[in-house]
Write a protein that binds this ligand. Structure first.
Ligand code: ADP
Ligand code: ADP
Length: 227
């Protein structure tokens, strides 16, 4: 599904340079569920941004579903994001003025899908996350766990092969965390590829494989339970 070879990322601001990633090699097969752990500042979000085509590496090669995305323009990257990737963030990133289904249809607006089909697919995605009764509610009328399920529906609505989740349960209580993790299990069972960032061990354990980051480097991927 994706392969990173010798990926490095250096942030420059003025004379300051931060090497956020160095020599990262990672291969994720189609249908794999991989979690990424590591201390704050170790480069997890930077890695996620590169895998998600939100940013490009300073050095190295990134192949996503056979396409070399490391050399793409911003417009091409936006197209790849829209076609192939669903994002779930810690902060939900829902637009407060829009109802649940209006939030969920947004990726379809960018993809140029006609309005009637957008509504149908948005409602269907909300049904899949158990929110059939909440399609017209705004984020402020929903609990944190329900808001995160809306954002999972938004990630699903384009039917992407790859789901990227950055601390998706970081703002949730234990009940809502269990709900959201059950959704990720379903997505995995359906054959989707999932890459999840977390610093919670019990969340990481849901994945088939955990990789660890430290100081911008990816440590060897250990089999589950070996650390
Ligand atoms: P993590 O997600 O593991 O906390 P990050 O990828 O956010 O790590 O950050 C890795 C390193 O890169 C940190 O030293 C951080 O301060 C730095 N960094 C992240 N984003 C930027 C940026 N936009 N500009 C400059 N430095 C950054
Ligand atoms: P964190 O999970 O670390 O709190 P955020 O949720 O703020 O991070 O989002 C991480 C980055 O992804 C930000 O730079 C933001 O601009 C970008 N981003 C957030 N939501 C989307 C989206 N729906 N599509 C594309 N990029 C997004």
């Amino acid at each position: 599904m994706l392969e990173l070879v010798g990926i490095g990322k250096t942030y420059r601001s003025g004379i300051l340079e931060v090497e956020a990633l160095r020599g990262v090699d990672l291969r994720v097969d189609e249908g794999e569920f991989v979690s990424t752990m590591g201390p704050s500042g170790s480069g997890k979000s930077t890695l996620m941004h590169i895998i998600g085509c939100l940013d490009i590496p300073t050095v190295g090669q990134y192949l996503l579903a056979g396409e070399d995305v490391s050399a793409m323009t911003e417009a091409q990257l936006a197209d790849v994001r829209n076609r192939r990737i669903g994002f779930v963030f810690q902060q939900f990133n829902l637009l407060p003025a829009l109802s649940a289904w209006r939030n969920v249809e947004l990726p379809l607006v960018y993809a140029g899908v006609p309005r009637a089909e957008r509504r149908r697919r948005a409602v269907s995605a909300l049904e899949r996350v158990g929110l059939a009764e909440r399609v017209d509610h705004r984020p402020s009328e929903l609990s944190g766990g329900q808001q995160q399920r809306v954002s999972v529906a938004r990630a699903l609505v384009t039917d992407p092969q790859l789901i990227l989740a950055d601390e998706p349960t970081g703002n949730l209580d234990s009940v809502a965390t269990a709900d959201v993790l059950a959704l990720f299990d379903d997505l995995h069972d359906q054959g989707r590829t999932i890459v999840l960032i977390t610093h919670e061990h019990d969340v990481a354990e849901r994945a088939g494989r955990t990789v660890h980051m430290h100081d911008g480097r990816l440590l060897d991927a250990a089999p589950m339970g070996a650390r």
